[in-house]
Design a protein around this ligand. Structure first.
Ligand SMILES: Cc1cn([C@H]2C[C@H](O)[C@@H](COP(=O)(O)OP(=O)(O)O[C@H]3O[C@@H](C)C(=O)[C@@H](O)[C@H]3O)O2)c(=O)[nH]c1=O
Length: 183
C-alpha cells in the first residue's frame, strides 16, 4: 500500500498495490505493520457495508463525539463516490478545512480518516457500494453531524443531490461558537 497524507493533517489517501494476472486481481487492504508507519495503533472493531441505489445519493457529514470517536478506513468496492472529510479537531492546523477525493472500484483507493473528522460521500454512479472499518463501536444516540451544505465549509459536491436521509438534511450548520472536537 502507498500512503499519501492528504491536505488535512493525519488523514491519508491509500493506494492499493494490486497483483494482476489472467484470473484478475489480488491486493492487501490492511496490514497492522504497514499502518503503524502512519501512527495507527488501534484495533478496527466493526466493519460495515453501504449500498446505494442511485447516482447523486448523499450520506453525511457524520461523526461520533469523544469518548465514542472513531478512526474510519473507507473503500469503494462498486461504482464511484466523491468522498469528503472535514477536520473538526480544535488543535488542528487544518481546522474546518475539507478534503474531497474520488474513490472507485477501479482506482483502488482508500481513505484513512482520523478521530475528530466528519465524513460523508456522494455517489457518482448507480449501484455504488462502500465498506468501512471502524475503531469504535456504533453507539446509537451518540451520532452527530454537520450539514452537508455548511456555509463555512463550502463543500463543492460534484452532482445534484438525488437522495438524502431526513436525518442528514436536518443536521445543523456549524455554530459560530464551535470550538472544535478533541482529536
Ligand atoms: C452507521 C450505523 C448505522 N446503523 C443502523 C442505524 C440505522 O437504522 C441504519 C442506517 O443508519 P444511518 O442512516 O446512520 O446510515 P448512514 O447514513 O449510511 O451512516 C453512515 O454514513 C457515512 C457517511 C459514515 O461515515 C458512516 O460512519 C455512517 O455514519 O443502520 C448501525 O446499525 N450501525 C452503524 O454503524
Amino acid at each position: 500500500m502507498i500512503f499519501q497524507e492528504t491536505t488535512l493533517r493525519g488523514a491519508y489517501l491509500i493506494d492499493l498495490e494490486p497483483f494482476t494476472d489472467e484470473r484478475g486481481m489480488f491486493a492487501r487492504t490492511f496490514c497492522k505493520q504497514e499502518f503503524a508507519a502512519i501512527g495507527h495503533n488501534k484495533e478496527f472493531v466493526q466493519f460495515n457495508h453501504s449500498q446505494n441505489q442511485r447516482q447523486g445519493t448523499l450520506r453525511g457529514m457524520h461523526f461520533q463525539k469523544a469518548p465514542f470517536s472513531e478512526i474510519k478506513l473507507i473503500r469503494c468496492i462498486r461504482g464511484r463516490v466523491f468522498d469528503v472529510i472535514v477536520d473538526l479537531r480544535a488543535q488542528s492546523p487544518t481546522f474546518l478545512q475539507y478534503y474531497g477525493v474520488e474513490l472507485s472500484e477501479s482506482n483502488l483507493r482508500m481513505i484513512y480518516v482520523p478521530e475528530g473528522f466528519a465524513h460523508g460521500f456522494q455517489t457518482l454512479e448507480d449501484h455504488t457500494e462502500l465498506i468501512y472499518h471502524h475503531t469504535a463501536f456504533y453507539t446509537p444516540g451518540q451520532e452527530r453531524g454537520i450539514h452537508y451544505k455548511d456555509p463555512r465549509i463550502k463543500i463543492e459536491w460534484p452532482a445534484a443531490t438525488s437522495i438524502i436521509s431526513e436525518k442528514d438534511q436536518n443536521y445543523p450548520f456549524i455554530a459560530d461558537t464551535f470550538a472544535g472536537l478533541a482529536g
